[in-house]
Design a protein around this ligand. Structure first.
Ligand code: THU
Length: 132
């Protein structure tokens, strides 16, 4: 993937974070997925007065991908950013959801710049669709 594409994905995540609905935690998160087919889908966290119903940015991005991309649902890369934390890694539940769609790489933003991780580092020895 080109640097320009990576930049576009990170920009989409940054823009999504600004739309986060996080009145309870004040912790805004944006995620953007790049599919194997080159499309970008973003999501932000959406909290709820019934706290447990909160949905993370990554899972909302995955849902947007499912809706928008019926042919190619393979996640080439996911970028996760938060203006309130650096870096912001995906929670355990989101790691498993990203795993469902063969996520290859995770990008987070640190003060020093972007850091890229192979998905296997983020969720080693994982359980997935092919195990059923
Ligand atoms: N959150 C995400 O959206 N993604 C993560 O990877 C970590 C946590 C959200 C959920 C909640 O709205 C807020 O951040 C604090 O946990």
């Amino acid at each position: 993937m080109s640097e320009a594409t990576l930049k576009k994905v990170v920009e989409a995540a940054r823009a999504a974070a600004l739309n986060a609905y996080a009145p309870y935690s004040g912790f805004r998160v944006g995620a953007a997925i790049l599919t194997g087919g080159g499309k970008i889908y973003a999501g932000c966290n959406v909290e709820n007065a019934s706290y447990g119903l909160t949905i993370c940015a990554e899972r909302n991005a995955a849902a947007a991908m499912v809706l928008g991309s019926s042919e190619n649902r393979k996640i080439r890369l996911v970028a996760i950013v938060s203006p309130d934390a650096s870096p912001c890694f995906p929670c355990g539940a989101c790691r498993q959801v990203l795993r469902e769609f063969e996520c290859e790489e995770v990008v987070v933003e640190e003060a020093a710049g972007l850091r890229r991780y192979a998905f296997e580092e983020i969720l080693p020895h994982s359980f997935g669709p092919e195990d059923l």
